[in-house]
Write a protein that binds this ligand. Sequence first.
Ligand code: COA
Length: 416
Amino acid sequence: MSKPLEGIKIIDFTHVQAGPACTQLLAWYGADVIKVERPGAGDVTRSQLRDIPGVDALYFTMLNSNKRSLTLDTKTPEGKEILTKLIKESDVLVENFGPGALDRMGFTWEHIKELNPGMIVASVKGFSDGHHYEDLKVYENVAQCAGGAASTTGFDDGPPTVSAAALGDSNTGMHLAIGILTALRARDTTGKGQKVAVSMQDSVLNLCRVKLRDQQRLDRVGYLEEYPQYPHGSFSDVVPRGGNAGGGGQPGWVLKCKGWETDPNAYIYFTIQGHAWAPICRAIGKEEWIDDPAYMTAQARQDKIFDIFGTIEEWLKDKTKFEAVDVLRKFDIPCAPVLTMKELANDPSLRASGTIVEVDHKERGTYLTVGSPIKFSDMKPEIKASPLLGEHTDEILESMGYSQQQIKDFHERRVV
Ligand code: COA
């Protein structure tokens, strides 16, 4: 089956997570992604958090599937020559080096544009160009702190908290992928490439826009009625941490189910959707609340919302999280079990949809990874193993017109 991005050649100068997540996505959809790595070392994640000695770590294999690997020392004159040739015949260069590294390598945007006017250069940095922190190197949690996620996550009596979701890394990579596809579309009409830049701070903030909404509401009215601090606690002049409160107009909370005393994940998330009040009351056996003026409107419920959650927990006491959801789904109540990674890994629906896939790797055998979260009616992305370090060096150099002798010399001089 042909893939929509077939024919797009990408120089993948990315490492760790933010950049690799972006180029992996484009590789799934058919782009020829050539991962350029330093000879002998490669992406640092190949060796970070290894579970099998001497074998590429899952950190690497789960972010670099469907790519080809070319080792190249781009700080040597010959390495620069090879890269120059590659730039001339590629469509996109993606990088997430520290600030200024590509320029120091001798490949400024102006130079790349001269070499190939159709080239799209896509970059991830911690902060945007011209930002007062533009010189900083940034990792995931730094970005979550700088983008507003940490100050608004966690509980009121605890410190700023980071999320397990890679809001700074993979999320930025997804933003960059959208930027690259947009620039490719623009190039279809103009013939010109362009520079696409995404900062991790901006990408986190984009996902935290409801908190910027809340800051402005707080500035105006002095309180936020959907936060647990309302109406019994107090507000300062900044958006507080809201614990597990629902972030929109529907109150919600994580509620204990049968077994919570020993199982840290025996919980469900329960949402009190305004128009579902009557079904909720019926589901939990509190029909008398349906027409009770003290409960029947969202406003009336607000000051006793945690007592209501307490009553629901009483009802949940003899039900596992799965049994509870099976009852509540019949009443059309938005809810879900709190699922562990182990449960997700073995979830038959996720296996069937291709969201969790088993991949066969030359050295580690079979491993699980997350497949394409985007589903297409006309394409099912096939998730292939990540490449070994330099696995495709010779075939790529050959396709660029280098002779066997030249390739041998490059290896001997550690250019590749
Ligand atoms: N051949 C020769 N040199 C190479 C090379 C190659 N194939 N690939 C990379 N390098 C060099 C670069 O030129 C650079 O050298 P320089 O600093 O002397 O100019 C160096 O290797 C890489 O530097 P850097 O990217 O700054 O690595 P780091 O390990 O110090 O920092 C990060 C890592 C992630 C903090 C940093 O890259 C960063 O801030 N990136 C942008 C934000 C980001 O994406 N962070 C999230 C990562 S998940």
